[in-house]
Design a binder for this molecule. Sequence first.
Ligand code: SF4
Length: 342
Amino acid sequence: MSTKTNFNNQLPILEVKNLQTAFEIDGELHNAVDDVSFSVKPKQIVGVVGESGCGKSVMSLSVMKLLPKGIGQIRAGEVIFDGRNIEKLSDKEMNKFRGKDVSMIFQEPMTSLNPVFTIGYQLQETLFNHMEITKKEARLKSIALLKSVGISRPEKIVDEYPHQLSGGMRQRVMIAIAIACQPKLLIADEPTTALDVTVQAQILDLLKEIQEINNMAIILITHDLGVVAEMCDEVIVMYAGKIVERTDVDTLFHNPKHPYTELLMGAIPKMDEDVEVLSSIEGIVPSLKNMPKVGCRFANRCPKAMPECKSITPQLAETDAGHEVSCLLYETSMPKEGAKLQ
Ligand code: SF4
């Protein structure tokens, strides 16, 4: 796990307040992210975990204002970056914001890299967008950036095309583009999922190294709790568009409280146990169209569900200092021992 840093006295670089993001399906709006609030401090690595469809990626696209036009929209809430409300930024200001203040890398670099342009062209495009720089300076800086992300022979690679590189090298190129203008925050959305295990470890090491050198904060979106343990300071667990648990990484691993987090932990394979079938969480995340209007969204899958879980909506609240959970088991007016739903 990462070395403990005390972030308590620092002002956040990013504040997400009561964010509600909806998608239009069959003429109706459905919330993919619902009343989500969190903050990220400078140099902090915040992990966002949960299964597919839990709202992790939509939340990050909302922060970048990159929701698909005409389909997704921020319905409520605020995203404050370095004191500025991004909702109030013009398209031109947003283009400056992306890349210079906040950058993003995705799971599959081939979808972000343009196959018809060289690596050098794509790096230089980012540099020209944000810096007063000559062509010669941009080429030299591109080569230096490729070198800084561990690409050997950068003078050659700069003139190559994405398809000529391996998946791991393409992800290194994406990281080079993302850090080209030294952003204060990097959002990494499943950055290692498409890579084989050895390359995954190398990319995570690289991210950590770059984070330390550039003093950058990172939001790391992942479904892999091993990656969280390795990298993060704080963890947000999301389920069906809501935050269900948030705390520091040590507390989450030693004292998970939400039944969903407990099940996620139980699904991690253990080195010292010889099991034939890995445990998984039964059922699936409710679809946007079938999201329960009241009650706990996890009730249909929760082994600790109580009858009232389907009629009372739990609220995210602090159970211990720095540990927030959204579950009726921890709401003081609720019974502690629950009978299973029939
Ligand atoms: Fe389970 Fe009820 Fe807690 Fe939801 S509120 S996680 S259903 S115990």
